[in-house]
Ligand binder design. Structure first.
Ligand code: ADP
Length: 248
């Protein structure tokens, strides 16, 4: 479990203002909000890359009390723009095992890399260089590297960017399955409200650096969407799911 307590962050201007929430084990939380509302900044604070005011607690210990290596065994962060470079897919995923390595990779490290490659169906690409991949393939590799870290908390920044509709659904299903089966807390930003509504256990809507609404998909209603994004939409409810369409 991860607890965010009175979290505030400013670059020069304030961006996040007194956020409070928890992510339970096995729970998938989507953070929604317009461009510039501070979603990436929040993930970077939780990942320990930025130093916010307030506290981020894992297992009731402050993030600041963990060494970088110990933190990397608990939290994995997949940024929007993945690494490029000349390593093979296999080697990039193996980098996810770095926090566990002594002098070099162990049999267990290789075993986990193979396991993750098969989980994400990346066998065909395993020995391709990552600079030769499509955006969607690269995104999967970055998620694979994060999973190889065997984290308790997985932070994803727009994981469906660059993916076609089949891959979007495949990745979100997989993320939810991994959260459930491995009891990982997933905190992910998301632009697509419809996709968020399909795969979220909980949604946080952010506006002007504050949590405007938090809850199940019922918070994706006309009023909240208008208040947060400034657009008129029609929200249709079907079989416990919601479909959001532009208004008029
Ligand atoms: P989102 O992910 O919701 O689009 P961001 O967290 O990227 O929002 O940005 C929130 C605000 O912080 C924006 O106004 C952005 O311009 C600003 N910002 C982001 N990164 C930096 C930075 N490194 N230095 C200064 N301001 C930044």
């Amino acid at each position: 479990m991860i607890t965010v307590k009175n979290l505030s962050f400013s670059y020069k201007e304030p961006v996040l203002n007194d956020l409070n929430f928890e992510a339970k084990e096995g729970e998938v939380i989507f953070i929604l909000g317009p461009n510039g509302s501070g979603k990436t900044t929040l993930l970077r604070c939780i990942a320990g890359i930025l130093k916010p005011k307030g506290a981020v607690l894992i297992e009731n210990m402050s993030l600041n009390d963990f060494s970088r290596k110990e933190l990397a065994k608990r939290i994995a962060y997949v940024p929007q723009r993945g690494d490029t470079g000349f390593l093979t897919v296999f080697d990039v995923i193996l980098l996810g095992r770095k926090p566990y390595m002594g002098f070099g990779p162990s049999y267990e490290d290789y075993r986990i890399v193979k396991e993750v490659i098969s989980l994400l169906n990346l066998e065909r690409l395993a020995f391709r260089r990552i600079n030769e991949l499509s955006g969607g393939e690269l995104q999967k590799v970055m998620i694979a590297r994060a999973l190889a870290q065997k984290p308790r908390i997985l932070l994803l920044d727009e994981p469906t960017n660059n993916l076609d509709v089949k891959n979007q659904i495949e990745i979100l299903r997989l993320i939810r399955k991994i959260a459930r089966e491995s009891n990982i807390s997933v905190i992910s930003t998301m632009h697509d409200l419809n996709l968020a509504s399909l795969y979220a256990d909980r949604i946080l809507m952010i506006k002007n650096g504050k949590i405007f609404a938090s809850g199940g998909i019922e918070i994706l209603n006309r009023e909240n969407i208008k208040a947060v994004y400034g657009i008129d939409v029609e929200v249709i409810r079907m079989n416990g799911k919601v479909v959001i369409l532009p208004g008029d």
